[in-house]
Write a protein that binds this ligand. Structure first.
Ligand SMILES: [Zn+2]
Length: 330
């Protein structure tokens, strides 16, 4: 949970815009929070709601201890309504229900807030209903529309909202957040190489499958260099059962790509960019035994395998073929 606007370091632009409008008491009636999953849109909308309803606001920041702040945190403030997709879409009835609720005066204060998650999932009818609502803003009504796909939203809605664009987390920022959550640096770096969504990365790191996938990649990498015959056995006995689905195999190939890239970083003396930080010494040692050109060729073999995976090729044959290609010249 973000506790103050100055603590929102991952989104400095958003923090600045919001602090500015709170300071000058010029709050828009509707905000459109757009950005990738995991960038903090939901946390920001709740912090904003607290800043608007807090009974003892301290400058722009909510006190977090008054009854309003506490009820917003526990998601049961009567004047803060949250709309989420019902199944795959947000339906007209959900927006109409919201409008009925808002036609009543605020239960506790005059201010009322609504937060629409995945606002791009509104049906056309729902969006048109909301549009009427946005066109006749009540002085004390505030809307937060959250979306990961602003391109799917109606321009007429977008134009009535003040935009708050959330930037994607940098890879370093993501690793920092993961480590703060208690995840080990090597695991955090591997997850951050695969996604820039915080939620997805946390999910990966908390899944034993991912830690085992990572160690299998290291084993296969090592076998290819030092015990070529063992690599085919490893693929058959350990790799294929673990990466049994295509999506899993894709992650396996991505991790292979990163361990070979690490070899290139070792050759270029850019170790700070390495993903497999716990294997640094071994990778440096193997990197000395080969050339940059060879590593680049190997990277292209892995990329080719990734694209062949998308067509209907036998995954076991694909892996054997890749291992043989990677062994060339050793
Ligand atoms: Zn408060």
């Amino acid at each position: 949970m973000i506790t103050s606007w100055s603590a929102l370091q991952s989104q400095p632009t958003v923090a600045r815009i919001v602090m500015n409008s709170l300071e000058r008491n010029r709050i828009a009636h509707a905000y459109l929070l757009d950005g990738m999953k995991g960038t903090g849109k939901k946390e920001v909308s709740y912090l904003f709601a607290k800043s608007l309803l807090c009974k003892n606001r301290n400058g722009v920041n909510p006190c977090l201890t008054c009854s309003n702040c506490k009820r917003i945190d526990s998601r049961n403030h009567p004047d803060v309504h949250v709309v989420e997709p019902d199944g795959n879409s947000i339906k007209k009835q959900q927006i109409q229900f919201l409008q009925e609720e808002f036609s009543k005066t605020g239960l506790e204060s005059k201010r009322k807030i609504y937060i629409i998650e995945h606002a791009d999932k509104m049906t056309i009818n729902a969006a048109n209903s909301l549009l009427k609502f946005l066109e006749e803003p009540n002085q004390e009504t505030f809307a937060f529309l959250l979306t990961e796909n602003v391109n799917l939203m109606l321009n007429t809605i977008i134009s009535r909202c003040q935009p708050l664009s959330f930037r994607a987390l940098t890879s370093e920022g993501l690793v920092e957040k993961l480590v703060a959550e208690g995840i080990s640096l090597p695991l955090a770096k591997s997850a951050a190489a695969l996604t820039n969504s915080l939620e997805e990365a946390v999910e990966l790191c908390r899944d034993d499958w991912f830690a085992l996938a990572r160690s299998l990649v290291i084993k296969l990498y090592e076998a290819i260099f030092t015990r070529p015959k063992a690599s085919l056995l490893l693929i058959q006995e350990k790799w294929m059962p673990h990466f049994s689905e295509r999506k899993q195999l894709e992650i396996g190939l991505d991790l292979m790509l990163y361990i070979y890239k690490d070899m290139l970083y070792a050759q270029l003396a850019k170790e700070e960019q390495m993903v497999f930080v716990d294997e640094r010494e071994r990778i440096q040692k193997l990197a000395l035994q080969t050339t940059q050109q060879r590593v680049t060729e190997h990277l292209s073999y892995i990329l080719q395998s990734k694209s062949r995976l998308a067509s209907n090729v036998n995954p076991h044959l694909l892996m054997e073929h890749l291992a043989l290609n990677l062994q060339e010249g050793y």
